[in-house]
Design a binder for this molecule. Sequence first.
Ligand code: TMP
Length: 210
Amino acid sequence: MAKGLFVTLEGGEGAGKSTLARTLKTALEAEGRSVVLTREPGGTPGAEQIRDLLVRGAADRWSPMTEALLFYAARVDHVEKVIRPAVANGDIVISDRFADSTMAYQGAAGGLSLDRLQELHAIVLGEFKPDLTVLIDIEPETGLSRTAGRDGSEARFESKALAFHERLRAAFRALAEAEPVRFVCLDGDQPPAVLAEQALQAIRERLGHG
Ligand code: TMP
């Protein structure tokens, strides 16, 4: 059986994760791999219901701790029902966001301690982590200008102040620096095809045929 792999895509708003996820799926399927595309918050019917609570409404609707607990409630459902079974089945799972988003959004940008969030992760998911995390790094102004035309009802996090998005970028970069083996950090200002080729290279390396 093919080796399963769990890949996550991370970055701020408008970084280009969803486009990259679709391009990776097409490219890997053309190589004969079975690919499961998923996203957080969401990925299961129950987690999608929790998503609606999180991404809609006023920016101050929830405190960072309430958000973190809701994200982890959705995440454990997603890991148990979709991610673990697919990886065990030999699939490549590509998730548009995962736990690093909680560390960056609710932690560094939202003000919760990274240590407490890591304890929460350990309680809920133990040692479970992605095999590879692709961080798309981009200037917040560039990313936010790309999201301007999107579904406004999901804009709870996008509507936060620019300073929040600056903290977010720094937080993602710090997470990548702290775990250089798991992360690959790509420049989101490059053409989508170049970004996809760099991400594919990292995936192939993790599959053992780089
Ligand atoms: P999306 O816009 O990439 O679909 O993600 C939905 C929003 O949720 C986005 O603004 C980032 C935010 N988010 C967190 O704040 N913490 C998390 O753990 C996750 C997965 C997403």
